[in-house]
Design a protein around this ligand. Structure first.
Ligand SMILES: Nc1nc2c(ncn2[C@@H]2O[C@H](COP(=O)(O)OP(=O)(O)O)[C@@H](OP(=O)(O)OP(=O)(O)O)[C@H]2O)c(=O)[nH]1
Ligand SMILES: [Mn+2]
Length: 194
């Protein structure tokens, strides 16, 4: 009986590992032609893998759908991927989460950015986790390297905007919020809820 239990557990575990690797591979293929905005033109997929890594290593998250949503969070926004495709490949749960994380790129940029601030506090707990990790990754990336064509003023504005978004995500994950707080303090940026 003990052996049967352990076999069942091994199978469930193997299935999860396989799903996460399949999802990472899907993201890598979808983002294959996309690069980050840094001088070295880092592959874009480094970002989504990094966001998933922050969730597991710093956020203590082991919810498989959340990790998958982190890996897929920019596929619809930035590639030819549809929600229908995500639903067929990874199920309703993951597709719905990605939907929550997707900006409407047909809107003017200023409106898109304002909507992120306005919507943050209404997001689901699981979407908030990915949003926190996404902002943490991007702010650390800004500290590491300035995107090509960005002035110091634009970098500062991104920090200030991100602080307003993060203000709406409070009370979600202490470790991620503490890491973000630290970055904002370093920059002299205040987190004020709108
Ligand atoms: N810091 C940094 N960001 C880069 C780099 N390359 C690409 N990005 C992406 O650029 C976005 C931030 O740039 P913006 O000019 O503010 O926004 P936009 O690309 O959506 O127009 C982020 O999108 P996002 O992930 O959808 O997040 P969010 O800004 O919407 O929260 C980030 O992932 C880079 O080298 N450094
Ligand atoms: Mn992102």
């Amino acid at each position: 009986m003990a052996e049967r239990n352990s076999n069942t557990q091994d199978e469930a575990y193997a299935k999860i590992v396989k799903e996460i690797v399949r999802c990472t591979n899907f993201a890598a293929i979808k983002h294959k032609d996309q690069r980050r905005k840094d001088k070295q033109k880092t592959p874009y997929v480094n970002h989504v893998i990094g966001v998933a890594h922050i969730l597991v290593s710093e956020g203590g998250i082991s919810d498989v759908s959340v990790i998958q949503a982190a890996l897929l969070h920019d596929t619809v926004e930035d590639t030819d991927t549809s929600f229908y495709e995500l639903q067929a490949e990874f199920g309703e749960d993951v597709a719905t989460l990605v939907k929550e994380l997707t900006d409407d790129k047909s809107l003017p940029k200023a409106e898109r950015k304002a909507l992120q601030i306005a919507h943050a506090q209404h997001a689901s707990y699981r979407a908030k986790l990915v949003k926190l990790a996404d902002k943490l990754y991007n702010l650390r990336d800004l500290r590491r390297a300035t995107p090509e064509g960005w002035t110091e003023e634009r970098v500062q504005e991104y920090f200030e905007w991100a602080a307003q978004v993060v203000a709406g995500l409070k009370g979600t994950n202490p470790a991620l919020e503490e890491a973000l707080d630290q970055l904002f303090r370093e920059r002299g940026v205040e987190m004020i809820a709108s």
